[in-house]
Design a protein around this ligand. Structure first.
Ligand code: ADP
Ligand code: MG
Length: 250
């Protein structure tokens, strides 16, 4: 009989990437994986980020980010039941209250804006994630007024979102979208090297800021690498868990 074929495929529900936005595949567990991955990478890259900031700033970016994310992980781990949006709002508030300088309010605003855009939805797909990421960029630009080319975190964030969006437009999945975003963020980060800073502390150096990679663009690229890693890890955990965790909230 026609029509029973799909239901007869037992692993059908484990394959949400079949081009359906209805598949809601990001949830709190995935967001927790992402935050944990960012924290681990910031710990590993703390000294590198600080060295980058020593060249064109005040040598505190790695220390700032690491302190902020250590506090974020402590707060987020203490929250047992929370939606993705709530987790990101906790992260944003923690960041604003524990990290000074430029990066604290900027990243804090980014997390708060993403959390606000998500509201209290428990599970969502790649398009909703794009809206949340766009809200982050808007927040960063509202607070810092930087554009692409000013040698800031915006130079990694903005192209990452464009690549993510393009990937979805051509029919890509969450996995290919976060992969494209990570690649574009890394390219944007590298492209800050020849730029002269027009925003933030590095702008005080004028032409002497040329030839150095921007620390904030580097930490943003790190966050997209962590996002890709979290999405991949989350996917393998789903497969390992079989039907115990739903892949679709629709
Ligand atoms: P501070 O400059 O106050 O010491 P950090 O060292 O933690 O703060 O962060 C520096 C990074 O912040 C820069 O490398 C840059 O990417 C980012 N940044 C600075 N000012 C702005 C701005 N107006 N908009 C966006 N990002 C900015
Ligand atoms: Mg600094």
């Amino acid at each position: 009989m026609m029509g029973t074929t799909a239901a007869a495929v037992p692993w059908g529900r484990l394959m949400p990437e079949a081009g359906r936005e209805a598949a809601r595949i990001v949830d709190s567990a995935c967001v927790r994986l992402w935050l944990g991955e960012v924290a681990a990478r910031l710990e590993a890259e703390r000294d590198f980020l600080t060295q980058l900031d020593a060249a064109i700033g005040d040598a505190d970016h790695g220390v700032n980010m690491h302190r902020g994310f250590t506090a974020v992980m402590a707060r987020v781990s203490a929250v047992e039941e929370a939606t993705p949006g709530q987790l990101l709002r906790v992260a944003g508030r923690t960041f604003v209250s524990t990290v000074g300088g430029a990066a604290g309010p900027l990243y804090g605003t980014a997390f708060l804006a993403a959390g606000g855009a998500l509201g209290d939805t428990e599970r969502f797909g790649p398009r909703v994630l794009l809206d949340a990421l766009r809200a982050s960029l808007e927040g960063v630009q509202r607070v810092g007024a930087a554009s692409v080319g000013d040698k800031t975190m915006v130079d990694a964030l903005s192209p990452a979102l464009d690549a993510y969006e393009l990937e979805l437009r051509v029919g890509g999945s969450l996995e290919t979208a976060v992969n494209g975003a990570r690649e574009a963020a890394v390219a944007g980060m590298r492209a800050t090297i020849p730029l002269q800073a027009r925003k933030g502390r590095a702008s005080y150096l004028g032409p002497r800021s040329v030839g150095h990679q921007d620390p904030g663009a580097t930490s943003t690229a790190l966050m997209f690498a962590a996002l890709e890693q979290a999405v991949i890890a989350d996917r393998s955990q789903r497969f390992a868990a079989g039907a115990r965790r739903p892949v679709s909230g629709s």
